[in-house]
Design a protein around this ligand. Structure first.
Ligand SMILES: Cc1cc2nc3c(=O)[nH]c(=O)nc-3n(C[C@H](O)[C@H](O)[C@H](O)COP(=O)(O)O)c2cc1C
Length: 156
């Protein structure tokens, strides 16, 4: 079993390393991985406009035991169902892991877009905390506990 991951600003990488520690597997960056049909992988990647980044690089090219999708949205059944539909996933278990936003690593239009979303989330109390710090640095929702469900599934 391999852990393969794609991360833009580091949250998915954190989860990949934490999961790797739990399972005793060294995670591999997607760019360092060449899919093989016999490989069984756990694929972790970040959510962008409801898409799971780079999923097409592994889907159908190796056995995917499960997917960990890392996004900023609050976890909910509706959110997970949206991800399943938007990414046309019907036969692979998907686990949503809440990541965060790191404004020190985003640039240009993407940074502006994420600031708009986060400002609105702060207004709606979906994101709580010191707004100035959040809008300058960002916020992380990464925690060990978030990995419990996917870990139990992999071990079962
Ligand atoms: C361009 C862009 C689009 C995003 N779209 C979504 C989205 O549709 N749903 C979501 O939950 N998070 C979305 N996010 C938030 C990221 O998924 C979140 O910041 C994630 O933790 C990034 O993981 P990474 O640090 O591994 O790259 C988006 C972020 C960016 C930059």
């Amino acid at each position: 079993m391999k852990i393969v991951y794609q991360s833009k600003t580091g949250f998915t990488e954190k989860y990949a390393k934490m999961l790797g520690e739990r399972l005793g597997i060294t995670p591999i960056r997607l760019k360092d991985y060449r899919p093989a049909t016999d490989d069984e992988i756990i694929f972790l990647s970040w959510v962008t406009a409801n898409g799971i980044a780079k999923l097409s690089k592994v889907k159908g090219k190796c056995k995917i035991k499960c997917i960990g999708a890392v996004g900023l949205a609050v976890p909910s059944e509706e959110n997970t169902n949206n991800l399943l539909n938007a990414n046309k996933i019907c036969d692979i278990p998907l686990f949503y892991l809440r990541g965060g936003v790191d404004f020190t690593k985003l640039k240009g239009l993407t940074k502006w877009l994420m600031k708009t979303i986060v400002k609105s989330d702060i207004k709606k109390n979906v994101i709580v905390g010191d707004s100035e710090t959040i809008l300058t640095k960002g916020i992380s929702f990464v925690s060990e506990d978030n990995l419990d469900e996917i870990t139990t599934f992999i071990r079962s």
